[in-house]
Design a binder for this molecule. Structure first.
Ligand code: EPS
Length: 392
């Protein structure tokens, strides 16, 4: 069983990712891990913290001679900023006069409900863990899940389809997503550079006014065969599992599978993806084809062989340079919400983190369906199943 968890706080010594259940024999490409972590740090509108950090996964266990060995993989990502916080947030008792309390909670952040729940008159300990910095550890684990999926011809990528009021309105092919993701400079990770320039205008507007801006990313998993997830139980449905995994990311407030949002306002004849038969095509995972993919690659909670598409709707970051109204924990008087520093837009970065969540979910389902303690064993089971599907 694939299990994954993270530990670590934004200004602590390091983030930690623990992934267990990977079969032996997954090639671990450290350049790929570095690129994935780098991608999460990019994007127009990121804050000062990204100039301090160069996220690098340090693998402690589970990988030897460049391949997984079946034992749990533990990784750390050092926080370079720790040296500036060591005395402010020590593990030991330390000097309390150095502490930087956050006593005016930010609307939209975990500050107020977290402080009430954990009984702190200071949101510091809450925001340290609630911060999206944690998503760096998810990306490290997700990179390993992606490397496993690659052994089965499955790839997961993302792009940005909306920033503020600017939306990508045209369709695209998988190949266009592959080439735009390979760019050496990531602005807003939109496949269309004209639309991207207009998206940049939205970020500039937020920058000028001390505000923040949200948007929508789309994750696409390509090469997923029919049969991941199941209709038989509520907690086995692929759509439900993906929604939970993407919704669990910081600042995501809604998740859409395929064109689920517009489907709700359309007639059935305009929504459902009509079925055709392609005949003898030995390369395809299934000979049943679709003219459209409004269902986002799944029906009845089961993948149908089309690209799996999941969108995440991101609220604007809740730390504003022009802070909103709040209340002091100490005096109960009205004050402005706390501000240290912040990103203005994180939609591309959230998309990369969501790729990881989708990859981890698909990797888990793949291993549940095909089993195997080594990649060749899993691959034999997978190939036998593909054979069955092709000769259906
Ligand atoms: C983040 C690091 C954080 C923020 C951001 C995400 O760095 P710092 O808090 O030191 O400025 O840039 O955190 C949030 C979005 C948040 O809500 O806390 C990162 O590595 O992605």
């Amino acid at each position: 069983m694939l299990r994954f968890s993270t530990a670590g706080e934004s200004h602590g010594e390091a983030l930690v990712a623990l992934l267990s259940g990977l079969p032996a024999g997954v090639p671990v490409d450290s350049a790929f891990l570095a690129r994935e972590l780098w991608r999460r740090q990019q994007g127009y509108g990121r804050g000062g913290r990204m100039r301090i950090e160069t996220d690098t996964a340090h693998i402690l266990s589970g990988v030897r001679h460049g391949k997984t060995i079946g034992s749990p993989v533990a990784m750390t990502i050092a926080n370079r900023d720790w040296k500036n916080w060591e005395e402010i947030l020590p593990v030991e008792e330390g000097d309390s006069s150095k502490h930087k309390a956050v006593a005016s909670p930010r609307p939209g952040h975990a500050d107020l409900p977290g402080s009430l729940k954990y009984n702190f008159k200071d949101a510091r300990y809450i925001l340290e863990r609630a911060s999206a910095r944690e998503s760096s550890a998810r990306v490290a684990a997700g990179a390993l899940a992606k490397l496993l999926l690659r052994c089965f011809g499955i790839e997961v990528l993302s792009h940005v389809v909306r920033v503020g009021a600017v939306e990508l309105e045209r369709g695209y092919q998988w190949e266009e997503l592959v080439s735009s993701t390979a760019r050496e400079t990531i602005l807003l990770n939109c496949i269309d550079q004209d639309v991207e320039a207009r998206m940049k205008g939205e970020v500039d507007r937020a920058l000028r006014t001390g505000d923040t801006v949200g948007g929508v990313f789309e994750v696409v998993a390509h090469g997923v065969p029919p049969g991941f997830g199941s209709h038989v139980n509520w907690d086995e449905r692929l759509d439900g599992l993906l929604a939970q995994s993407v919704m669990s990311l910081q600042a995501v407030k809604a998740v859409e599978i395929g064109r689920g949002v517009t489907a709700a306002e359309s007639m059935g004849s305009n929504v459902h993806d009509s079925i055709a038969y392609a005949g003898e095509t030995p390369d395809a995972a299934t000979r049943f084809t679709r003219a459209t993919n409004n269902a986002g690659g799944m029906e009845g909670g089961i993948s149908n062989g089309e690209d799996v598409t999941v969108r995440g709707y991101l609220k604007p970051i809740s730390t504003l340079r022009r802070p909103l109204a709040s209340v002091s924990f100490e005096t109960r008087e009205p004050v402005k919400a706390a501000y240290e520093r912040s990103d203005v837009c994180v939609v591309p970065a959230a998309g990369v983190a969501a790729e990881s969540m989708v990859a981890l979910t698909l990797a888990r389902l793949l291993l549940e369906k095909f089993g195997g303690d080594s990649v060749p064993e899993s691959r034999r089971n997978f190939d036998g199943y593909l054979q069955q599907i092709r000769s259906f």
